[in-house]
Ligand binder design. Structure first.
Ligand SMILES: [Mg+2]
Length: 316
């Protein structure tokens, strides 16, 4: 059971990201006008940050998730120094060849520059309240299945090298706790409540917004997203991603289709929603066409299984 859930989580991250890449930055009404509804991969839009990406390719969300997962596999635990080293390795590749940059945000790039100049990991992070540390954090939840306290502490530490604002830390904590509980089949309402409870220690506004999902869940999707918001700020993408899961807890495809048609930062909303839904439901629910069309899926699955080999010792 757990192997399917670990594969589901990381495949869900990458598939959500790759599906959402084509609509990143669009308004929901423009998505509707151009596509009616998006339900499969598409290439990056001309003149967008993703214009060189083909259908099924993912962006910075998955790249940073893979980097975080690899750092855990190398160390056998979460080590912020190892994580920072791997972030800088990737950053330096982007600097040498900017065509390799799949949408790394200015916050992450500025922080990696500071890391590369020798600033220590707990000082290098930027204060901007963006979602970079929330979108990549699912491996921390996978490392501590069913253990929100340990998850919270490592999610906090994993945010610092690039994002040290309270909002960003709270977002990383919220997402990692949700993944940690989804792996253990925790009731979705309790996932939302516990996620908000841990996030509230760093940002009460984000926590309140997560709790408001209960009130907006039964509204039409466009109304719910106009309340929750969908920009790349942590306070927007984390509640919106949790909403997509909470609205469709037993339906992985619907969770992602809701996310990628929301408008705004669709790749990050869909990758976070995909991580939680995939962790909850397991890889068997992934439609074949999405699975087969995803780039690099073999490596993503190997990484998921290697994480499980480490994490299984953490299950009580
Ligand atoms: Mg992205």
């Amino acid at each position: 059971m757990f192997r399917k859930k670990y594969r589901g989580c990381l495949l869900g991250t990458a598939i959500g990201d790759a599906l959402g890449m084509q609509t990143e930055g669009m308004q929901p009404e423009d998505i509707k006008q151009k596509f009616t509804i998006v339900f499969d991969y598409g290439k990056g839009r001309a003149d967008s940050i993703n214009e060189n990406l083909r259908p099924g390719q993912y962006t910075d969300d998955t790249e940073q998730t893979i980097i975080l997962a690899r750092s855990i596999i190398r160390s056998g635990k979460f080590d912020p120094v190892e994580f920072s080293t791997l972030l800088v390795e990737h950053y330096e590749k982007i600097i040498v060849d900017p065509k390799l940059n799949r949408g790394w945000g200015s916050t992450s790039l500025a922080a990696c520059k500071r890391l590369s100049e020798g600033i220590v990991w707990n000082e290098s992070g930027d204060r901007s309240p963006t979602c970079g540390s929330s979108m990549r954090v699912s491996p921390i939840g996978l490392l501590h299945p069913g253990r929100p306290d340990e998850t919270e502490e490592n999610a906090r530490l994993s945010s610092l090298p690039t994002h040290k604002s309270p909002e960003s830390i709270a977002g990383a904590v919220a997402v990692a706790v949700a993944v940690s509980l989804a792996i253990m089949n925790t009731n979705p309402d309790l996932i939302i409540q516990t996620s908000a409870e841990h996030a509230s220690k760093y940002d009460s506004t984000l926590a309140e917004k997560i709790l408001s999902i209960e009130k907006v869940r039964h509204l039409p999707e466009n109304t719910a997203f106009s309340i929750l918001k969908t920009s790349f700020m942590t306070r927007d993408i984390v509640p919106s991603a949790l909403y997509c899961f909470a609205k469709n807890p037993l339906d992985f495809p619907k969770t992602l289709i809701t996310a990628i048609n929301a408008g705004g930062d669709t790749d990050s909303i869909a990758s976070v929603a995909g991580a939680i839904s995939g962790a909850y439901l397991g890889a068997d629910v992934i439609p074949k066409r999405w699975y087969n069309g995803l780039e690099n899926r073999g490596e993503i699955e190997s990484i998921a299984l290697a994480l499980w080999e480490i994490a299984k010792h953490n299950i009580q």
